[in-house]
Design a protein around this ligand. Structure first.
Ligand code: 5GP
Ligand code: ZN
Length: 147
């Protein structure tokens, strides 16, 4: 098993089997299980087997299995989603306290959206962009990405 862990971390303990979980899919680099406080039926978590708090702390190889696992889970959970337009769900990955992260081990939520009231409820303060500001930001980011 490939696992870089922290002794105090609840998700590392779940990966090692020290805390029980309703395990779904496990690969060399990732582990998935049902969330213990679901906000909708089928709410699941996928965690890389590497203890890092935020996404940018992880080596790339620990991320490779995450999207394919989320995809498999989304397909498996389809039974659960009976809205007329078909399956609705969100993938959520929180980083930092302001970003609503509670457990400091990177995790991806798969949250079925079965009704208006369950699952992820999103609101964000979008505003029309100023194109001069966007253009400046674009240049700054491209420069940083080159470095
Ligand atoms: P965050 O807000 O950090 O993105 O979400 C952490 C998630 O982990 C929450 O949805 C919470 O219910 C879940 N969680 C925390 N502790 C446990 C646990 O011991 N077992 C399971 N299955 N889920 C947990
Ligand atoms: Zn951990």
């Amino acid at each position: 098993m490939s696992c870089i862990s922290s002794a105090a971390c609840i998700f590392c303990k779940i990966i090692k089997g020290e805390i029980p979980s309703f395990k779904l899919i496990e690969t060399k680099y990732a582990y998935s299980f049902l969330d213990i406080e679901p906000c909708s039926k089928g709410h699941a978590l996928v965690i890389p087997k590497y203890h890092g708090a935020k996404l940018h702390n992880l080596p790339d190889e620990y991320l490779h299995d995450v999207l394919p696992i989320l995809k498999k889970l989304a397909i498996a959970l389809e039974y659960n989603i009976d809205s007329p337009e078909g399956k609705s769900y969100n993938i959520l990955q929180n980083n930092g306290r302001l970003g609503h992260q509670v457990v400091d081990h990177v995790h991806f939520h798969l949250i079925p959206k079965n009704t208006e009231k369950d699952g992820l409820i999103v609101g964000w303060p979008a505003e029309k962009a100023n194109f001069d500001d966007l253009s400046l930001l674009h240049k700054e980011l491209l420069k940083k990405l080159e470095d």
